[in-house]
Design a protein around this ligand. Sequence first.
Ligand code: OAD
Length: 233
Amino acid sequence: MDNRKKIVFFTGAGVSAESGVKTFRDHGGLWEGHSVMEVASIRGWNTDKSKVLKFYNERRRQLNEVEPNDAHKIIAELEKYYNVVVITQNVDDLHERAGSTNVIHLHGELIKMCSSKSKEKTLPYDKDIEIGDKHEDGSQLRPYIVWFGENVPKMIDASNEVEEADIFVVIGTSLNVYPAADLIKYTKDECKTYFIDPNPSDGGGIKDFTIIQTGASEGMDKLKKLLNNEKDI
Ligand code: OAD
């Protein structure tokens, strides 16, 4: 039984921006060259599998060129003091590479691929997937990504974690994509809530977040000091 305070981080593309991974909706973001529905929806997959595979093969290769930044590292370091859970919308593995041990990926993981029939049958995505590459169940291999039009099975685990949070920290997400964005509704009344983002959305005005309006690394440094001052560390 872990009696330490539970701190839950809910992260989006912004936590990886300083590592060189482009966000989705900022200027210069990934979506600019690609329509979301073409490359990140089940309809897009059914329409043009080659285009979708090319897109994710490129994303996967980019992972080898990026490193965790200070935000990922401070989050991991806080495991010394807290029961830390990271819920991320990101498909990169930078939280894990920084040392976080309890990460829930709501939208899948770029380091895994799966059968087209079932996401439960994952394999390491360690080389490009080509058309005709089959899972042992006979179906085309695909990236282990939750596309628009698919269920988000990890929402249940994630919302359970948020309900138990003493401290809830949102970092670098526009809160545009559902059901993920609904997670902010699950905090208990006494939970302290923080939002680190240079351009924070108001989250629909649902929560009275303490806003730390800056990039993720500087924001995490400030948060760590705040927690220290409030004797939360
Ligand atoms: P967005 O691109 O929608 O939002 C990125 C957020 O990061 C914005 O609020 C930016 O202000 C913020 N940001 C930019 N630079 C930052 C920095 N240095 N530090 C901190 N924050 C910074 O990305 P998400 O909200 O993560 O889903 O997008 C959610 C989902 O939309 C993704 O998981 C993906 C996409 O469709 C799927 O692929 C299913």
